[in-house]
Ligand binder design. Structure first.
Ligand code: ADP
Length: 496
């Protein structure tokens, strides 16, 4: 009987299940949207029960669509939105509060306090991260402080806590398993990135009891099995991995210096830095990519908070385009940006600037600037923001980028990809399978159960659909880059 690998991609806006065959082909997919709640400005929450419910639903639907059952699944791999934090009752398995989503800024005051107390340098050395509400620690603290007797219940072992991977493992295993993997744990601000274990010192800084945290495991290993009473049989869950690290793996960036960029809601550029963490002096963060058996791969990452979300802004707020793909046609309706530069700093500027209070701006407007120019400039801003991260990364590592592998919704936009090639003077490779996040989780699960032999076998499967070569020279692009730099400076000046 032929077997398949089932990947679950639990993202910020939806949960997806994708069934892959041995050749890495997509056999079947199912998708369900997740509701985001915005109870106050800057807050983003989701229902943890809805997250699990959507995953269970797409898992079943995906198999049903293919006319298959779990008996034909060799292993399940899970990739997940990272940093999003859930606390639940260890007895009943019920969440005690909403999931605090990675974008949520409600725990900023805790971060401010830690920065003011001078913890920044120690925390960076230990975790590779910055003190920011983006990461999980301050979110855990916030939940424990906003439910009744949170701290007391946590210390008494009545609560468990985890990122989305842990929550899904817990529920899929019938409330039996409380684990996470190194890639997810490295985004919490609580794991020592050198020893790959929870740090007592870090937990003390946030006053988080160690007993509520999951066991940290490798990324590619059997972490749990599905509960037979819920799913009819026990199938190994053989990987959990943060979505951006999953995409890096799915793009088969297995060698030191290899880079991928995901153009989704935000942009996430990750470089494989090999077996040693590289610490940034340029506003990037250091995380664990994955651990396979005893081998650890580290990554350097730049996160841009608003990328595809700026295209949604054109669609929803400005109503210039009916849908995201139409942005390409609209941008092509003009010969160039007409001198317009858009800085889409709608939730501050992320890497490499880290300026939470900066707001967006449109610069260079003239009487002739219209929808076409604004759309074109918005798309171009995704390439400039990516380029800023690329430049920071090459300053940190000394690697000169020779090619960039891309994925995510907006990588389908040819005009944007060509602009990226021109701006960064690099080849841009778009793969045949753009579902790289799910593919990465599938590969990691397949490796753990021997479905695929090794990473060489997997790497040989990667195929470019298109390669975008730079068409304009560096000197032709200089003027555009200078204008972008000026616009960012002006936005910062306005936002401070
Ligand atoms: P996420 O995983 O963050 O939800 P996706 O990878 O699914 O994001 O990508 C969706 C994002 O990509 C949306 O923000 C959307 O505006 C943008 N997008 C999708 N298609 C295009 C396109 N053809 N051109 C530009 N942007 C696009």
């Amino acid at each position: 009987m032929e077997k398949y690998i089932l990947a679950i991609d639990q993202g910020t806006t939806s949960s997806r299940a994708i069934l892959f065959d041995h050749e890495g082909n997509l056999v079947s997919t199912a998708q369900k949207e997740i509701e985001n709640f915005f109870p106050q400005p800057g807050w983003v929450e989701q229902s943890a029960d809805e997250i699990y419910g959507s995953v269970a639903a797409v898992l079943t639907e995906c198999l049903a669509k293919a006319g298959l059952s779990l008996a034909e699944v060799a292993a399940i791999g899970i990739s997940n939105q990272r940093e999003t934090t859930i606390v639940w009752d260890s007895d009943t398995g019920k969440p005690v509060y909403f999931a605090l989503v990675w974008q949520s800024k409600q725990s900023e005051s805790y971060c401010e306090e830690k920065r003011a107390n001078g913890h920044e340098t120690f925390i960076k050395k230990k975790t590779g991260l910055l003190i920011d509400p983006y990461f999980s620690a301050s979110k855990i603290r916030w939940i424990l402080d906003h439910i009744e007797n949170g701290q007391k219940r946590a210390e008494a072992g009545e609560l468990l806590c985890g990122t989305v991977d842990s929550w899904l493992l817990y529920r899929l295993s019938g409330n039996k398993v409380h684990k996470t993997d190194v890639s997810n744990a490295s985004r919490t601000l609580l794991m020592d990135i050198h020893t790959l274990s929870w740090s007592k010192e870090l937990c003390d800084i946030w006053n988080i009891p160690l007993c509520i945290l999951p066991e940290i495991c490798a990324t590619s290993t059997v972490l749990a099995v599905t509960d037979a009473t819920i799913f009819g049989m026990e199938v190994p869950i053989a990987s959990v991995v943060g979505d951006q690290q999953a995409a890096l793996f799915g793009q088969t960036c297995f060698k030191e210096g290899e880079v991928k960029n995901t153009y989704g809601t935000g942009c996430f550029l990750l470089m494989n830095t090999g077996s040693k963490p590289v610490f940034s002096s340029q506003g990037l963060v250091t995380s664990v990519g994955w651990k396979i058996e005893n081998e650890v791969t580290y990554v350097l990452e730049g996160s841009v908070f608003v990328a595809g979300a700026a295209v949604q802004w054109l669609r929803d707020q400005l109503q210039i385009i009916p849908d995201a793909p139409s942005s390409e046609e609209k941008a092509k309706s003009v010969k160039d940006n007409g001198g317009v530069v858009v800085v889409p700093a709608f939730s501050g500027l992320g890497a490499p600037y880290w300026k939470p209070n900066v707001t967006g701006g449109i610069f260079g407007l003239t009487r002739g600037s219209g929808r076409g120019e604004i759309t074109r400039a918005t798309l171009e801003s995704l390439a400039y923001q990516t380029n800023d991260v690329i430049l920071a990364m090459s300053r940190d590592t000394g690697f000169a980028l020779s090619s960039l592998k891309v994925d995510g919704g907006a990588c389908k936009n040819d005009l944007l990809m060509q602009w990226q090639a021109d701006v960064s003077q690099t080849q841009v490779h778009r793969p045949v399978i753009s579902e790289t996040t799910a593919l990465g989780a599938a590969y990691l699960a397949g490796l753990a159960v021997g479905y695929w032999k090794n990473s060489e076998e997997i790497a040989s499967r990667w195929r470019s659909e298109v390669v975008f070569e730079p068409k304009q020279s560096a000197s032709e692009m200089k003027v555009h880059l200078e204008r972008w730099e000026k616009a960012v400076k002006a936005a910062m000046l306005f936002g401070e």
